[in-house]
Write a protein that binds this ligand. Structure first.
Ligand SMILES: [Zn+2]
Length: 495
């Protein structure tokens, strides 16, 4: 089956891309809503109407409960949806129900026979917590099945998705990912994040995704299993996850949990519905609470899906505008564990820089000490280290309003001109129009060890260093001799 992935725009390791499967396309980042093949809370036609062009379902459940019907009708007619179907192998259920006679070949041929477009090969989820020895077994078992499936079923009309296992053991995760790529998989899926996420171990989630991404070329898309939480979506996208699947919209709805882009609330404890989706605009909170359980679950599920969809759109827009970092940071304020995850993400700044455009149309915001780790600043700092070269005996430090004419204003036409960036410090004025040197908006945040421009230039070997504002201030102080200093000159002196 024809399969391709094209990156249209990127920021950090997040990308807006086009996933082409057969003749169908999905724009990424994308979340496949998980549907139960026997009982659907939200009809597939309604999911399609909401803009979901791909669904995820479990091939094991279809195999055990609707096998004959599925083989006759094929999955699209069976479940009433003509978009892209991704099927999970049911590795978890195979293990859970002890149905161990079902091998990789049975699972693969069934998925291909029912017409699934994206099929995960039979794996064994590592889970959490897990011993190192057991984690190794799950990686080896999943990898062996994956390779065998690809070899035997490569000719079928199905795109095989390689499952990455290894859990919290980063070395296993990385090796699992690179081995699948070597074996020829063009689409990988990272397993086992569910328990990690349920335990709010978001920093570990960052480590897992980063390890997987390290083993995969940039051009290969990555799916993250079961990660439908509005708070972690931007984080996962920023680390290079392109698609997700989740049943969280239903699971949360069943227990009366109402998603918002800032977290999850309990319907019973709420006083208002802070959402403008069709459910929330047509139903009052009181009405929702009075509905029977099934109908309330259905409506809450639809609401939750709207929230997830909105968050995905927010991720895409943020990538397009070059402010994905800002979005991840904003979401990280919702919970201390998410803040820890953001700190972990910042440790990967150099990798994130690889997908971050060299030039952005929008100014760079530095609002917190965390922002000092922004990849844009890392890239600029690396560029700067090679650009500080002395070509004259004199140097002029131009002030923020100073132009090239500033050099003549201070009487040093042949002097090397510098400017001061609020975070990066001194830079040659030729870089002024290079992003982000004059496009940075910083609040009170300053680097821990700011370098004094004059001293830094003397260290570069300049005989004379003139600071543009300083000369003006000296002059203004002279003319005002005797009078009390103006607020401006007093602040200049105290600096
Ligand atoms: Zn709503």
């Amino acid at each position: 089956m024809r399969f391709s992935f094209e990156v249209k725009e990127s920021d950090l390791l997040g990308r807006v891309g086009t996933l082409r499967v057969g003749g169908k396309t999905l724009e990424t980042p994308y979340m496949f809503p998980v549907i139960h093949p026997v009982s659907q809370i939200v009809p597939t036609s309604e999911l399609k109407g909401m803009g979901f062009g791909g669904l995820m379902t479990n091939s094991y459940i279809i195999h055990s409960r609707r096998k004959k019907e599925a083989l006759e009708k094929q999955i699209h007619a069976l479940l009433g949806f003509d978009g892209v179907f991704m099927t999970d192998s049911g590795g978890y259920q195979v293990l859970e129900y002890g149905d161990l006679e079902l091998g990789y070949g049975d699972v693969a041929s069934f998925q291909a026979d029912i017409g699934s477009e994206l099929a995960v090969t039979l794996d064994r989820p590592t889970g959490y917590p897990q011993t190192r020895a057991r984690a190794r077994d799950t990686v080896e078992y999943s990898l062996k099945n994956a390779k065998a499936t690809l070899k035997e079923f490569a000719g079928r009309e199905t795109v095989w998705v390689g499952p990455i296992q290894g859990g919290l053991y980063s070395d296993f995760v990385r090796r699992s990912a690179s081995s699948l790529v070597e074996a020829g998989f063009g689409f990988l899926a990272l397993g086992s994040p569910v328990q990690v996420m349920e335990n709010y171990m978001f920093a570990d989630l960052v480590k897992m995704i980063a390890a997987a991404r390290k083993g995969i070329p940039y051009s290969v898309p990555l799916h993250l299993f079961g990660a439908g939480h509005p708070l972690t979506m931007s984080l996962a996208v920023a680390l290079g996850c392109d698609t997700f699947d989740s049943a969280s919209y239903v699971l949360f709805a069943r227990t009366g949990r109402y998603m918002t882009r800032g977290g999850v609330a309990t319907l019973k404890a709420m006083k208002y519905l802070p959402c403008s989706c069709p459910v929330c605009t047509r139903t009052s909170l009181k009405e929702l609470l009075e509905l029977d359980h099934t109908e309330r679950t259905r409506r809450l599920s639809v609401h939750n899906l709207f929230v997830l969809r909105e968050e995905l759109e927010a991720c895409k827009e943020a990538i397009s505008e070059g402010r994905l970092w800002d979005l991840v940071e904003e979401r990280s304020m919702a919970h201390p564990r998410l803040r820890e995850a953001f700190v972990e993400l910042a440790k990967h700044s150099d990798e994130l820089a690889a997908g971050t455009p060299a030039v952005k149309e929008r100014g760079l915001f530095v609002r917190s000490t965390m922002d000092l780790a922004r990849p844009e600043l890392r890239t600029a700092a690396a560029r700067l280290s090679g650009a500080m070269r002395r070509s004259s005996g004199d140097a002029v430090v131009l002030d923020s309003e100073g132009t090239k004419r500033g050099k003549s204003a201070v009487g040093r036409k042949d002097a090397d001109a510098y400017r001061v960036h609020p975070i990066l410090g001194l830079y040659p004025s030729e870089l002024e129009f290079h992003y982000p040197f004059s496009q940075t908006e910083a609040s009170l945040v300053r680097p821990e060890t700011p370098v004094e421009p004059k001293r830094a230039l003397k260290e570069l070997g300049y005989r004379r260093v003139l600071v543009q504002g300083e000369r003006r201030r000296v002059r203004s102080r002279r003319t005002r001799r005797g009078a009390s200093p103006s607020p401006r000159s007093s602040s200049a002196r105290s600096r």
